[in-house]
Write a protein that binds this ligand. Structure first.
Ligand code: FES
Length: 319
């Protein structure tokens, strides 16, 4: 993929809540950036070989700035630590143009935005857009505590502040998220959007299903997943390269291919971004990503080689 990158500078940087770096990225001359839609993310080229995706949380109507929030994760494999240590105010950085894998559904009768922790970021951009459209929506922000949560001032002063509801684990029981009440019956054509830790998202999505929400009314974006590389070994044939590799137990296809000199373009290495998508010519993948839809997974003709494995003894890939 020969993508044109944008050169931007960190115009402003603040640490908010418990270790969230909030960065404003802009052109150094103040020129407008490419337009983006609510839910979009950019790839940030933090350092050579270190590329990560972060959702944009600024108002999509403001083309002068891309704002994003990055939680410092002690278990980081370089991404969040790199952002915190390297992307200081004034620093130049290359980013991709915005891409949107988490778009709002136009003409929803009502939209419920549910952000857990740092998963609030795409929800803020969505709230700006829905507010400007005069749409019926609510934004619910769940976190461990008020003090640890970023974007509190921004949400308090937002033009849509009246539609923001916060829910903190260490505050009164009455302010906890009553999911069934907030979602309402799924029969009303309401769409729900969620982003946050996977436990939070699983809980929210299970609640939506219980309320009768159809799958295409449940929208999600994972920002971090545990890669499970366990499972027996299998064989991978790289058809175009005419090479065969054995993928050992606990090894990723990506690593096995690298050992025979086949380099696949990657970014998140967590099955989130879709960069390492390969066509499957033969065999049955064991899909472990959160990028492909259930229908795409069932088709078994594509897979993400950074995290997925094989159910069959052999996979033939078009690489
Ligand atoms: S590198 Fe992101 S899904 Fe594989």
């Amino acid at each position: 993929m020969n993508e044109q990158l944008l050169n931007v500078v960190v115009r402003k940087r603040e640490i908010q809540g418990d270790g969230v770096a909030v960065l404003d990225l802009a052109h150094s001359d103040g020129a407008e950036l490419p337009a983006f839609e609510a839910g979009a993310h950019v790839d940030i080229h933090i350092a050579p070989g270190l590329v990560r995706q972060y959702s944009l949380c600024s108002d999509p109507a403001d083309a002068r700035v891309y704002r994003l929030g990055v939680l410092k994760d002690p278990a980081s494999r370089g991404g969040s630590i790199g952002v915190h240590d390297l992307l200081l105010e004034g620093r130049q950085v290359q980013i991709s143009a915005p891409r949107n894998l988490f778009p709002l559904t136009p003409d929803a009768s009502r939209s419920i935005l549910l952000g857990g922790g740092i998963g609030i970021t795409p929800m803020i951009a969505m709230a700006h857009t829905l507010h400007q459209q005069g749409a019926d929506f609510e934004l619910h922000y769940c976190g461990r505590s008020r003090e640890r949560s970023a974007f509190m001032d921004e949400l308090r002063n937002a033009p849509f502040a009246a539609k923001v509801f916060t829910h903190f684990d260490d505050e009164a029981v009455e302010q906890r998220l009553d999911l069934a009440r907030v979602l309402g019956p799924g029969t009303r054509g309401c769409h729900m959007y969620t982003c946050g830790p996977s436990g939070f998202m699983d809980w929210v999505m299970a609640g939506a299903r219980q309320q009768g929400y159809a799958e295409d009314h449940i929208h999600k974006e994972y920002f971090q997943v545990e890669v499970d590389a366990s499972g027996e070994g299998f064989e991978v044939v790289a058809a175009r390269s005419n090479k065969t590799v054995q993928v050992a137990e606990g090894q990723t296809i990506l690593d096995a291919l690298a050992q025979v000199g086949i380099k696949i373009e990657i970014s998140c290495e967590q099955g989130v971004c879709g960069t390492c998508l390969c066509d499957v010519l033969e065999g049955e993948p064991d899909h472990r990503d959160v990028y492909l839809t259930d229908e795409e997974k069932a088709a078994n003709d594509q897979m993400l080689v950074c995290c997925s494995r094989a159910k069959s003894k052999k996979l033939v890939l078009d690489i």
